[in-house]
Design a binder for this molecule. Sequence first.
Ligand code: CP
Ligand code: NVA
Length: 304
Amino acid sequence: MALRHFLTLMDLSPAELETLMQRAIQLKAEHKARKTSVQFPNHVLGMVFEKASTRTRISFEAGMAHLGGHAIFLSPRDTQLGRGEPVEDSGRVISSMCDIIMVRTFEHSIIERFAAYSSVPVINALTDDHHPCQLLADIQTFIEHRGSIKGKQVAWIGDGNNMCQSYIHAAMQFDFTLKVACPEGFEPRADIVAKAGGRVEIFREPADAARGSDLLVTDVWASMGQEEEKTERRRELAGYQINSALMAHANPDALYMHCLPAKRGEEISAELMDNPKTVIWDEAENRLHAQKALMEFLLLEARA
Ligand code: CP
Ligand code: NVA
């Protein structure tokens, strides 16, 4: 069978994603009961990070430890990748010694090239275009708090970035509609929107996207790699904040999420961030459980 990677949410079928979500919920319960089974002793996860991370690193590293394996953190400061060794050569070599690899990098084409030369499954741990692992955690969180997301309405408020583009894929795969509110020039990629058909609509007014929504989601206005555009982005995106005034347009039991790290007072109000009822902290924790389910799925597929 062909090697399976997870470079975007489109790499798994809707049925596989649904099963993965149920497994993540089960693994979470097992973890809480301290009953995680050590399924992958002697397995090694290679973790290639070309950008910073708190949640992704900890969730993958802890997750692999729970499964009985080991993880190796590889930063460009310490590897030859950082000194210009070709991505293709790195993919070939790292995969010859690891059982599974996650990569966080810049252009999406870098992870595609890496995966093309890898002999083991490769997981996208964030690129400039996609952040599919975060979507697994977000959907798991929605299911835990509100049940199935199928047929629901989700509003994306702010920059049409990597997270927004993964939300478009999620709308297609988990069967919900997505309303994106962003200023002109900050839209998600037109080809990604086009593939989603009528499921995704772009608005200028945050309230128009929020109206009738079951979930509101946002993310930082300047993503990693856009540090120099920070001031201009702050100016352009002002007004695209998730706060209680915006939540008032959504359904009464609507949730709001943020993948973190967040900037209180920019894309999300401090009041919502610090609301004791927020599910944002569950969303962060679910990275661990969802990615354990993902690693298990890919490792078992690679064995088949
Ligand atoms: N949400 C997320 O991916 O966080 P980190 O950048 O801390 O990994
Ligand atoms: N859009 C953000 C997400 C961080 C987890 C970034 O790419 O920096």
